[in-house]
Design a protein around this ligand. Structure first.
Ligand code: ADP
Ligand code: MG
Length: 550
């Protein structure tokens, strides 16, 4: 003990800190929300651990967050008596960013800074480092619950930080204390009114008490500290929902959709879920994890219970069960029938709510579909049971219209048209320019333009919709002959004999490189196009697989 060790920040963190230290963000008061949010998480974690080990609460059973301004020292301290951090956790948690997409985030944050916004920071979970927007030095003292040792982390936000052990008499009983040495231009955060204003704006409804130490002896609670989902819908304002949405997701924007209800009957639970207004960074993480929080009677259990299927991972919020056992281990959750029942019911409810929104609020629908449509479409091949429900939500761009449903498409079928035609392509411009479409245009047939990577997968597995199979315009002869032309085709002056000679010549020249060469009704302007055989892979899928070396 007594030794102080110096560590380098991970390169990304060093860059991020540089951004923070030199920040010109106008709304930098969000640092307080980030620290409070971390403190609340730490209290939640302790309360969960204490179910199995009540002795962890010894000495301080009352869980709270305390904010202490010290005008003489120009410091602001945010303390919690939560789970705390070990020496190694201090080094890992406050020296690195483990999340994927860090690089992409950094690039966007740079742009974002120029625009004067800051909403990316909390969203990406770099919350702690935002302290350096207001502090020229930050000291963190922490004692992990159930241990005797405490450690102090310290940094001025340049390339390095130090960690040293703390004498027992200087250590907190349990939990973490963060001392911010405020910059000269941030001294307003020492004022009671300012602290209260920020707490009320961003942290009023986190479920733990936040206390302001006023003077040396007295503290008073400055937040409502009620679990917002337990309150009646009619008592909650949109701003209060937004505040809680921010606490859950780190976002500073409005949720696109809020779903708040209580389920009664065999399983009793409360649901407060949000569809975000913007794409989160980790939407395409290979892990595809949802992070809905499971509570049991107001006690946080885990964010890993997979309460919704992966294709709804962007939906965030809380599900609080009244009747599950409190001491359920996280491992047991996977096979718990109550969790399975909740997952099933809530999934259906979310889809029903999306459908309702899509039918009544087209603008909002377009925004939600634009952000999350490609993810929802994963459900089309993963969740056979709900495929039809998903098809009712799914929106498509076609050769004729934007944002139509399959129902809309079916309503516009041409005489003798027996299939739903689609074209997969990398983007809309490429799709529209495809010569494959000519014969369809000439017959007034609408074609779905599928431009998301996921489309090539579901469209081959979906059996069809409303009795009509999906059929690629690039696959084989597309039964076009049966469907009348809208306009009379210009009379072909090529004679049959010459065409046959030309086809023979092409076949001879290309040899094994093609399966067949045929005369076709599908082209009107272009002389030739490549198509896959009826049994063959769709062209876009073929290219996709070739790229991946499969
Ligand atoms: P995030 O909260 O998104 O994980 P942060 O940068 O806010 O990112 O915090 C990084 C990590 O540091 C947290 O995940 C947590 O493990 C740890 N941490 C931060 N503050 C505290 C605290 N008050 N008590 C315990 N652990 C903390
Ligand atoms: Mg955080």
């Amino acid at each position: 003990t007594g030794e102080t060790y110096s560590h380098n920040f991970q390169a990304e963190v060093a860059k991020l800190l540089h951004l923070m230290v030199h920040s010109v963000y106008s709304d930098r008061d969000v640092f307080l929300r980030e620290l409070i949010s971390n403190a609340a998480d730490a209290l939640d974690k302790l309360r969960y651990e204490a179910i199995a080990k009540p002795e962890l609460l010894a000495g301080a059973p009352d869980l709270a967050i305390t904010i202490t301004p010290d005008k003489a020292a120009k410091t602001l301290t945010v303390a919690d008596n939560g789970i705390g951090m070990s020496e190694q956790e201090l080094i890992d948690n406050l020296g690195t960013i483990a999340k994927s997409g860090t690089q992409a985030f950094m690039e966007q944050a740079k742009d974002d800074k120029d625009k004067g916004g800051i909403h990316l920071i909390g969203q990406f979970g770099v919350g702690f480092y935002s302290s350096f927007m207001v502090a020229h030095k930050v000291e963190v003292t922490s004692r992990k619950a159930g241990t005797d040792e405490a450690f102090a982390w310290s940094s001025d936000g340049t390339g390095t930080f130090t960690v040293a052990s703390v004498k027992p008499e200087a250590a907190p009983l349990r939990g973490t204390s963060i001392v911010l040495h405020l910059k000269e231009d941030a001294l307003e955060f020492l004022e009671d009114w300012k602290i209260e204003e920020v707490v009320r704006a961003y942290s009023d409804h986190i479920a733990h008490p936040i206390r302001l130490a006023a003077g040396t002896e007295t503290t008073r609670q400055i937040n409502a500290a009620s679990a917002i989902w337990t309150r009646a819908k009619t008592d909650i304002t949109p701003d209060q929902y937004k505040e809680f949405f921010g606490h859950i997701t780190g976002a500073y924007s409005d949720p696109a959709l809020t779903l708040h209800y209580k389920a009664e009957g065999r399983n009793e639970y409360t649901v407060l879920l949000f569809v975000p207004g913007e794409k989160p960074f980790d939407l395409y993480d290979p892990e595809r994890r949802g992070r809905q929080k499971l509570y049991v009677r107001r006690v946080f259990i885990t964010s890993d219970a997979e309460l919704l299927p992966p294709y709804l991972r962007f939906v965030r919020g809380v599900i609080d069960s009244e009747d599950m056992p409190l001491n359920i281990s996280r491992e047991m959750l996977q096979h718990n029938p109550q969790v399975a029942a909740i997952r099933k019911a809530v999934t259906n409810k979310v889809l029903a709510e999306l459908k309702k929104c899509f039918e009544t609020e087209p603008e909002k629908a377009a925004k939600i579909w634009d952000a999350f449509g490609p993810v929802i479409k994963e459900g089309l091949y993963e969740d056979m049971e709900r495929r039809d429900q998903l098809f009712e939500i799914a929106r498509f761009n076609t050769t004729k219209r934007e944002g139509v449903t399959l129902k809309d498409y079916i309503a516009d079928l041409k005489a003798n048209q027996t299939a739903i035609y689609y074209l997969t392509a990398e983007d809309a411009a490429k799709a529209k320019a495809s010569p494959q479409l000519e014969g369809f245009r000439a017959r007034g047939i609408e074609v779905l333009l599928l431009t998301d990577a996921v489309d090539s997968f579901w469209v081959r597995m979906a059996l069809g919709f409303d009795g009509k199979p999906f059929k690629s315009v690039t696959q084989g002869a597309a039964d076009l002959d049966l469907i009348p032309l809208v306009e009379e085709a210009p009379k072909s002056d090529a004679d049959e004999g010459a065409t046959a000679t030309l086809i023979a010549l092409i076949k001879q020249t290309l040899g094994d490189q093609v399966g067949d060469v045929r005369k076709s009704a599908r082209l009107t302007d272009s002389p030739v196009c490549l198509v896959a055989s009826d049994q063959g892979l769709d062209r876009t899928l073929e290219k996709l697989l070739a790229r991946q070396g499969t």
